[in-house]
Design a binder for this molecule. Structure first.
Ligand code: TPP
Length: 558
C-alpha cells in the first residue's frame, strides 16, 4: 500500500505498542502532526519541549517501556537536549523524533535548521538522520530495539520534512531485525560466576552495592533472594532505590554523599564489595582511593565499558543482571555472618537518619515522612534536584522498583514535574507526587497547563525554603555563609499561580496543617494540586560527605 513517511511512522509507533507520545508541533513536523490527528495514540501537548523529553522519560522509568517524544526542527529539537541528556546519563530508553528541514535545505542555515543529529551524538545511545523514505521503517525498528536492549538509552530519529511527505509502497512494519555490529551480552561467563561464588563463600564482611541496573533489568526479586541467601547487607545508589526493599532488615539505605552512616561504614570495612548495576559514580565513592579500600570487587553490569572504568574489578561479570543473579543463585550456598550483621545493626541503631523537630518550624523531612505515611509507601515519587531530592531519597522508604524517579546522573532541575506528568499518564490510577524545591519547580512550571488540560492529578509538594537550598547549603558550609545569588525572594504566590492555571493550590505553614493538606490533595483526581509548604529556610541535608572526601568523613547534624 502507498503510504507517506508520516503514516509509516505512526504505523510503526502503533506496532511498537506506543500508547502515548509527548510533544509540541511546528513547521518541520506538521505532516506528522497531521497524521497524529487521526491516530489512536494519545498525544499529550506539552508547553515546552524539555517537558516532552522528561515526560517521556518519566513514562519510561515508571513502566519499563519506551517513552516517546516529538518536536519540530531547530529550537524545538534543541529544547529536547536537556531531557535527552538526562535520560542518557541514567540509561533510560526514550525515542525522540524530530522534524528537520527538507533534505535539499540541509546545511544551508535554513529557517529553523539545527544539526540535532550532530548535537545529540554525545548524549544519545544512537541517532539517525533519515535521508530517504525507504530507510524509515527499518530505522524505526532499529531505534526501538537499540533504545531498550543492552544498556538502555535515548535514541533520536531526525526526519526531514520531504521524507515525511514522500510516499512509498509499504509492505508493513518489519518483524525481524538484524544489526550485526550490535550484540549485547546477556549471559554472564560461567567461569566468572563460579569465581564470584567462591569469593562470596570466603567473604566475612560482604556488602551489596546495588545500582539502577537492578531496576532496569527487573532483577529486584533475584537481588532479594541473593542477599538473604548470603546474609549480605545491601546499600543502594540514588538510582537503585526501590531495587531492594528500603524497609528490609538487610537494607542500609543509600550510600555516598548523603548516604547513611551504616552504609558508608560498611562499605569502608567490607572485604567483598558486590557491585550490581552500579557505576562507582563520584557522588557515591567520594575519594576513590578510600572507597572500600580493603575489598575485593565483584562487578556485574551489562555494559562492559562500565567495568573497571573507575575501580578495578577483581571479578568482572558482563551480562544482564537478572540472568547473572539467577546463575549465581545456583552456585552459592547459604551463609551467615553474625558478627558482621551485629556490627551493622549497631551502626544503624546508633546513627539513624535524624533531624531536629523544632517548635514553630516546619521541617521538610517531616513533610516527606507524612507523604510516606499517607501514600502507604506506594506512590510514584518524582523529585527535582537539590535538598528536596536528597530528603525524598532519605525519608521515603521505597520497597518496590519504579517508584522513585529522579535525575541522578545529570542532576537536572526541572525534571520532576514533567516526569510526574509522564508517570501519571502511564499509571492513571496511581498517586504521583513530585517532591520539589521552589527553585526547581520554576524551571518547568509551565507544564501546569499540560497537566490541567490532560486532567492529570499529579501532586506537587513544594518544599519552599525561599532559597536554592542545596547550593545555599554548600555556601553555608564551604563558602562562609556568603549566599551569593541563592535567595529566591521573588517567588510567586504558588497557590494563586496554581489557580491561575486551573489547578488546585494549598498553602501550608504549620506542622499541624501538613496531614490535612495531604488528605485534601489525595482527594483531587481530575487536575494537579500544588501544596506550597513553607519549610524551615536554612535546614540542611545530613549526613554529608564534602565533595572529594572519604565517605567516612561525614558532617552530621550539629
Ligand atoms: C538546570 C540546573 N541548573 C543548576 C543546577 C545546580 N543546582 C543544584 S541544586 C540547586 C538548588 C536547587 O534549589 P531548589 O530547587 O529550590 O531545591 P532545594 O535544594 O531548596 O530543595 C541548584 C541551583 C542544577 N542542578 N540544574
Amino acid at each position: 500500500m502507498l503510504k507517506s513517511g508520516s503514516e509509516i511512522l505512526l504505523d510503526a509507533l502503533e506496532k511498537e505498542g506506543v500508547e502515548v507520545i509527548f510533544g509540541f508541533p511546528g513547521g518541520a513536523i506538521l505532516p506528522v502532526y497531521d497524521v497524529i490527528y487521526d491516530s489512536k495514540i494519545r498525544h499529550i501537548l506539552v508547553r515546552h519541549e524539555q517537558g516532552a523529553a522528561h515526560a517521556a522519560d518519566g513514562y519510561a522509568r515508571s513502566t519499563g517501556k519506551i517513552g516517546v517524544c516529538v518536536a519540530t526542527s531547530g529550537p524545538g529539537a534543541t529544547n529536547l537536549v536537556t531531557g535527552i541528556a538526562t535520560a542518557y546519563m541514567d540509561s533510560i530508553p526514550i525515542v525522540a523524533i524530530t522534524g528537520q528541514v527538507g533534505t535539499d535545505l540541509l546545511g544551508n542555515d535554513s529557517f529553523q535548521e539545527a544539526d540535532i543529529f550532530g548535537i545529540t551524538i554525545p548524549i544519545t545511545k544512537y541517532n539517525y538522520l533519515v535521508k530517504k523514505i525507504e530507510d524509515l521503517p527499518g530505522i524505526i525498528k532499529e531505534a526501538f530495539y537499540i533504545a531498550q536492549t543492552g544498556r538502555p538509552g535515548p535514541v533520536l530519529i531526525d526526519i526531514p520534512k520531504n521524507v515525511q511527505v514522500a510516499k512509498m509502497e509499504y509492505a508493513g512494519y518489519p518483524k525481524e531485525i538484524n544489526i550485526p555490529s550490535y550484540n549485547p551480552t546477556f549471559k554472564g561467563n560461567p567461569r566468572q560466576i563460579k569465581l564470584a561464588a567462591e569469593a562470596i563463600s570466603k567473604a566475612e564482611r560482604p556488602v551489596i552495592y546495588a545500582g539502577g541496573g537492578i531496576i532496569i533489568s527487573g532483577a529486584d526479586e533475584e537481588l532479594k533472594i541473593f542477599a538473604e541467601k548470603i546474609e549480605a547487607p545491601v546499600t543502594m545508589t540514588l538510582m537503585g532505590l526501590g531495587g531492594f526493599p528500603g524497609t528490609h532488615e538487610l537494607s542500609m539505605g543509600m550510600l555516598g554523599m548523603h548516604g547513611t552512616r551504616a552504609a558508608n561504614y560498611a562499605v569502608t570495612e567490607s572485604d567483598l564489595l558486590i557491585a550490581i548495576g552500579a557505576r562507582f559514580d563520584d557522588r557515591v565513592t567520594g575519594k576513590l582511593s578510600a572507597f572500600a579500600p580493603n575489598a575485593k570487587v565483584i562487578h556485574i553490569d551489562i555494559d562492559p565499558a562500565e567495568i573497571g572504568k573507575r575501580r578495578k574489578a577483581d571479578i568482572p561479570i558482563v551480562g544482564d543482571i537478572k540472568q547473572v543473579l539467577q546463575s549465581l543463585h545456583k552456585e552459592i550456598k547459604t551463609k551467615t555472618h553474625s558478627d558482621w550483621a551485629k556490627k551493622i545493626e549497631n551502626w544503624k541503631k546508633h546513627h539513624p537518619l535524624a533531624y531536629k523537630n523544632e517548635k514553630g518550624k516546619l521541617k521538610p523531612q517531616f513533610v516527606i515522612e507524612k507523604i510516606y505515611e499517607i501514600t502507604k509507601g506506594d506512590a510514584i515519587i518524582t523529585t527535582e534536584v537539590g535538598q528536596n531530592q536528597m530528603w525524598a531519597a532519605q525519608y521515603y522508604k521505597f520497597d518496590k522498583p519504579r517508584r522513585f524517579l529522579s535525575s541522578g546522573g545529570l542532576g537536572t532541575m526541572g525534571y520532576g514535574f514533567p516526569a510526574a506528568i509522564g508517570a501519571q499518564a502511564a499509571n492513571p490510577g496511581k498517586t504521583v507526587f513530585d517532591i520539589a524545591g521552589d527553585g526547581s519547580i520554576q524551571m518547568n512550571i509551565q507544564e501546569l497547563g499540560t497537566a490541567v488540560c490532560s486532567k492529570l492529578p499529579v501532586k506537587i509538594a513544594i518544599l519552599n525554603n525561599f532559597y536554592l537550598g542545596m547550593v545555599r547549603q554548600w555556601q553555608e558550609l564551604f563558602f562562609n555563609k556568603r549566599y551569593s545569588n541563592t535567595c529566591l525572594a521573588g517567588n510567586p504566590n504558588f497557590v494563586a499561580l496554581a489557580k491561575a492555571y486551573g489547578a488546585h493550590g494549598i498553602l501550608v505553614t504549620k506542622q499541624e496543617e501538613v496531614v490535612p493538606a495531604l488528605k485534601e490533595a489525595m482527594k483531587i483526581n481530575d487536575r494537579p494540586t500544588i501544596i506550597d509548604f513553607h519549610v524551615a529556610q536554612e535546614e540542611n541535608v545530613f549526613p554529608m560527605v564534602p565533595a572529594g572526601a572519604a565517605i567516612t568523613d561525614m558532617i552530621e547534624l550539629a
